[in-house]
Design a protein around this ligand. Sequence first.
Ligand code: PXP
Length: 243
Amino acid sequence: MVTLGLNIDHVATLRQARRDIVPNVLQAAFAGIQGGAEGITVHLREDRRHIQDADVRILKERIDVPLNLEMSIAPEIVRFASQIKPAKACLVPERRQELTTEGGLDVAGQKHKIRRVVSILKKAGIVVSLFIDPVEKQIRASAWVGAQFVELHTGTYARFRGRKQKKELNRLKEAALYAHALGLGVNAGHGLNLQNVGAVAKLPHVEELNIGHAIIAQAVFVGLKQATREMVMAIGRTKRKSV
Ligand code: PXP
């Protein structure tokens, strides 16, 4: 059974465009949960371009589904996460100039540093996932550093079409099988939309898909609860009864 983790960063992006108080991220989370999201994801970036510290605090306090905090391994952010204790954390690479997360985390290239961060977060009771490209070396390293999950980067799959896309889907499948064999849980995300999500939802061992942009974009026209519901249906599951 694959669940949807709704990423609401873009709600905060819109709010921050005016440094205003609307749209309200907590209200967005509630609408998404009513639409069937079984987790809420936010990325507290070092530059605080969308989600702010106060958003993470209030979401942690008020929502009744797991909060997944996407975060870099910067010490300031790791300290914050350890204090707030979201249910889950997903470590991602972060560069100031990027529009969104580009590429997976190079776990293999900084194994010792990431192992320390994973250990700190796990000691705080947080389930740790690593956002990685579907590459054997990165999966092996993810198991070595003690992460409980990998989140496979589906951005390349989402960008490609035709044969290239099929090939990338196969790479994701092999990666999911390998991660599972090493005892890792498997999530996936990035660039997923109503058209391309089905095939990813059918990959072996995938538990959760983290999706933001496509849902928030659709919400402009149909509302967030409905847009979330449409994605949940596309994933092939509607567990929560919506109001
Ligand atoms: N997973 C991770 C690790 C991400 O960084 C993002 C983007 O914030 C997503 C999933 C969601 O990607 P999208 O907004 O393209 O659905």
